[in-house]
Design a protein around this ligand. Structure first.
Ligand SMILES: [Zn+2]
Length: 164
């Protein structure tokens, strides 16, 4: 029998359907009890992400379809999700879909955080030809989490999952 964890891991992200919730790193825990009830805990990606309700509904639908009688979806806001939680597998899938994955921001500093007025310049490579000569065309692509960029070498526009 497929476990609740396996089913929940396969649910796709509404905004980035090439990724599962597991790839995205939003799935925090899945616990099932012997009476067939499941509690899924997810951490929303972007604050006020409209996809959150949809994620919850998709999780509930998939688990109920698999025979789980009672499904509860909880939201854990802390620690906050960052794009670093996207798995390597998820980054590979984005790249294959022609979407530039976010750069890794690295571990967050603990304690006082130095004020950084100029964000570190991160090079976004073209997912098609790997050229570093890309420029942002629009801060918001088809969804709020993606920016629209264009490659100066192959001239193809592409989407980039913004780092948070
Ligand atoms: Zn290119």
């Amino acid at each position: 029998m497929t476990t609740a964890l396996e089913i929940a891991s396969r649910v796709r992200d509404p905004e980035l359907p090439v990724l599962t919730l597991a790839d995205l790193g939003v799935l925090r825990s899945v616990s099932e009890s012997s009476d067939g009830s499941v509690v899924v805990t997810i951490t929303p990606t972007y604050t006020g992400c409209p996809a959150l309700d949809e994620m919850g509904a998709d999780l509930r639908r998939s688990l109920v379809a698999a025979g789980y009688s009672s499904v509860e979806v909880r939201t854990a806001l802390s620690p906050a999700w960052t794009t670093d939680w996207i798995t390597d597998e998820g980054r590979r899938k984005l790249q294959e879909a022609g979407i530039a994955p976010p750069s890794k921001l690295g571990p967050q500093a603990v304690g006082p955080v130095p004020l950084n007025l100029t964000p570190p310049s991160r090079r976004v490579l073209c997912p098609r030809c790997s050229s570093p000569r890309t420029e942002e065309v629009s801060r918001f692509g088809s969804t709020a989490c993606k920016a629209l960029r264009r490659c100066a070498d192959c001239l193809e526009p592409f989407e980039h999952v913004k780092e948070i």
